[in-house]
Design a protein around this ligand. Structure first.
Ligand code: HEC
Ligand code: HEC
Length: 306
C-alpha cells in the first residue's frame, strides 16, 4: 500500500475513534448539568400537549459504547488494520491459511501416502473410501468444467463414457491431470473455402452413420486425406494428439451439422489445465482413481452388473 493511502486510512480510523470518544465525554457533561433537578430537564417543545424529558442515556448503553472503543483500539494495535501497520501479533491471512493447510496435511498426508502406494485399478475396485476422497477432490477442482457427474459439456469431455481423447489407461489419466492437455484442431476455412468445409462436414457425419448428401460425402472423403494425419485414415482418431474419434457419434463440441462445420472452418483449441502444482501427486492419484472408477465398476459394487 502506498504511504498516502496508509496515512489516509490511519488518520480516518483514529480520527473517528477520537471523535466518538469526544462526543461521549461532551454529552456526559451536558446531561449532568441538567439532571440535578427533576423539573429542569423537561424539554421546551410540546406537540399535541406531549412533552419530553431530556433524560441521560441509560448507563449500560454508554458503557457498551466505551467497550466498543476499547475493543477497536486493542484490535487495531494487535491486528493489521491501520494502513501499513502490521499489528503486534504478526497475524496475516496468508500465515493462517498456511497453518491450516499444514494442519490438514498432517491429518491427511499419511492417508494420501498410504493410497499413493496402491495402484489405481486396485483402488477403484477395492477401496471405496479412497474413491470417495477422490470424488471430493473432483467436485472441488474439476466439476466446474466436467460437470458434477463428470458428464461433460460442449468443449469439456465427458469422463464417464469410456470414449477417450487422450486415453483412459491409469497412467494416461494421471498424465492428463498432472501436465494438462491442449487439443489443437487447425482452422480449415481458408484452405478449403465454405464449399469444402460443408463437404468435409458431410463426410464426417457419414462416418458416424448419419444420413448425408452422397455427392458431398464423396467430395469430402477426397479431401479427408488432409485430416488423416491426425484423425487417422479411418477417422478413428489418435490419442497421442488428442484427435477425437470421428466415427462414434460422440461429440466433444456437439454433433449438429452447423457445429461440425464450425469446428472444421474455425478450428478448436480445448485446454485442460495442469493440476500438478494445485493438487500434488498424491491427490492426483486419488482423483485419477475416481475418474478411472467411473468406467470400471468396483468388484464390491453389488448394484452393478446384472
Ligand atoms: C478449466 C476447465 C477444466 C478443469 C478445471 C479441469 N478440466 Fe479436465 N479437461 C478440460 C478440457 C477442455 C479438456 C479437453 C482438452 C482438449 O480438448 O484437448 C479436458 C480433458 C480432461 C481429460 C481427458 C479426457 C479424455 O477423453 O482423454 C481428463 C481425464 C480430465 N480432463 C480430467 C480432469 C480432472 C480429474 C480435473 C480436476 C482435477 C479436471 N479435468 C479439471 C477442462 C478442464
Ligand atoms: C493437426 C491435427 C489435426 C488435423 C490435421 C485435423 N484435426 Fe480435427 N481435431 C484435432 C484435434 C486435436 C481435435 C480436438 C480439439 C480439441 O480438443 O479442442 C480435433 C477435433 C475435430 C472435430 C470435433 C470433434 C468433436 O467430437 O466435436 C472435428 C469434426 C474435426 N476435428 C474434423 C477435422 C477435419 C474434417 C479435418 C481435416 C480437414 C481435421 N479435423 C484435421 C486435430 C486435427
Amino acid at each position: 500500500m502506498s504511504n498516502f493511502w496508509s496515512w489516509y486510512i490511519t488518520i480516518l480510523s483514529v480520527g473517528y475513534i477520537i471523535a466518538v470518544l469526544w462526543l461521549l465525554l461532551v454529552t456526559r457533561q451536558v446531561k449532568s448539568d441538567m439532571t440535578d433537578s427533576g423539573e429542569n430537564n423537561l424539554m421546551e417543545h410540546s406537540y399535541d400537549g406531549i412533552q419530553e424529558y431530556n433524560n441521560p442515556m441509560p448507563s449500560w448503553w454508554i458503557k457498551l459504547f466505551y467497550i466498543t472503543i476499547v475493543f477497536a483500539v486493542a484490535y487495531l494495535v494487535l491486528y493489521p488494520g491501520l494502513g501499513n501497520w502490521k499489528g503486534t501479533l504478526g497475524w496475516t491471512s496468508h500465515n493462517q491459511h498456511a497453518e491450516e493447510v499444514a494442519a490438514a496435511e498432517k491429518v491427511y498426508g499419511p492417508l494420501f501416502k498410504k493410497y499413493a502406494a496402491i495402484s489405481i485399478p486396485q483402488l477403484a475396485s477395492d477401496h471405496p473410501e479412497a474413491i470417495e476422497m477422490g470424488k471430493r477432490i473432483f467436485l472441488n477442482n474439476c466439476a466446474v468444467c466436467h460437470g458434477s457427474d463428470a458428464g461433460g459439456a460442449p468443449g469439456f469431455p465427458a469422463l464417464n463414457d469410456n470414449d477417450w481423447l487422450y486415453g483412459g489407461a491409469p497412467e494416461q489419466i494421471v498424465k492428463t491431470i498432472t501436465d494438462g492437455r491442449n487439443g489443437a484442431m487447425p482452422a480449415w476455412g481458408s484452405t478449403f473455402g465454405e464449399d469444402g468445409v460443408l463437404q468435409l462436414a458431410s463426410y464426417v457425419e457419414s462416418l458416424s452413420g448419419r444420413p448425408a448428401d452422397e455427392k458431398l460425402v464423396a467430395e469430402g472423403k477426397a479431401k479427408f486425406m488432409t485430416c488423416a494425419g491426425c484423425h487417422g485414415m479411418d477417422g478413428k482418431g489418435m490419442q497421442a494428439l488428442g484427435a477425437p474419434n470421428l466415427t462414434d457419434n460422440i461429440w466433444l463440441y456437439g454433433g449438429s451439422p452447423a457445429v461440425i462445420a464450425k469446428t472444421i472452418r474455425d478450428g478448436r483449441n480445448g485446454v485442460m489445465p495442469s493440476h500438478k502444482d494445485l493438487l500434488g501427486d498424491d491427490r492426483i492419484h486419488l482423483v485419477a482413481s475416481y475418474v478411472y472408477s467411473l468406467t470400471h465398476a468396483a468388484k464390491a459394487d453389488k448394484t452393478g452388473g446384472k
